[in-house]
Design a protein around this ligand. Sequence first.
Ligand code: HEM
Length: 201
Amino acid sequence: MSEMVRKAGNEEIINHWIMAVSCILLIITGYGFLFQLKGVYALFGGNYAMKVVHNWAGVVFIVSLFATMFNYLREALTYDADDWAWIKMGGGYLSKSAKKAPPMGKLNTGQKFYYLVILAAGIVIAASGFSIWQVQGNRALTQVSHLVHNLAFILFVVAVPVHAYLGTLANPGTFRIMVYGTVPIEFARKKYPKWMKEIGK
Ligand code: HEM
C-alpha cells in the first residue's frame, strides 16, 4: 500500500460531519418552512417540532463553523500569484482543455473562497435566525431578518451541493479525507504540491 499523508485530524473530521449533518438538516427544514411543505413538517413531527429542530441545528452549525477557524482561516486568507492564475482559468473546471492548473497549497483558491463565503454567510444566517427566534415586538427588525435569512439561505442551497459534488463525484479520491483524513502521497503531490513542499514530503 502506498504511503499516506494526513490532511485532516480527527477533531477536524468529526467537526466536518457535525457541520455537514446540521447544515443539511437546516437546509431541509428551512426549505420546508419556506415553501410550507406539509410532507416535510410531518417528517419532523409537525411545525413546532420542526422549528425546535431548525433552531437548535442552527446553534450546532454556528458553533461547529466557528470551530473551523483554527483549521482554515489562516490558509483561506493567504494568496499569491498562483491564486490569481487559478482564478483566471476558473480552476480548470470550466474548460476541457488540457491547460494545467497552477500549483496549489493545502487548499486550492476555490476552497479558500468557499470557506470564506460559508463563514461570512454562516454568521449572517445565524445572526438573522437568532433575531427571528429570540427578538419579539420589533416588526421592522423581524422583517429585515427574514429577508437577510432567506437571501443567505439561497447562497447555502447553491454552494453546499456544489461543494459536496466537488468533494465526491467530481474529484475521486477526495471523499476519503472526510472519512479517514488521509490521502495517498502521490495524490497529494499532484493536488497540493506547494503544501507537500512546505511539510517536506
Ligand atoms: C454535504 C456533504 C459534504 C461533503 C460530501 C463534503 C466533502 C468535503 C471534503 C471531501 C472535504 C475535503 C476537501 C479537501 O481537503 O481537499 C471538505 C472540506 C471542507 N468542507 Fe465539506 N462536505 C460536505 C458538507 C459541508 C458543509 C455543509 C460545509 C459547511 C457549510 C462544509 C465545509 C467544508 C469546509 C470549510 C472544508 C475545508 C475547505 C474545503 O475543502 O473546501 N462541508 N468537504
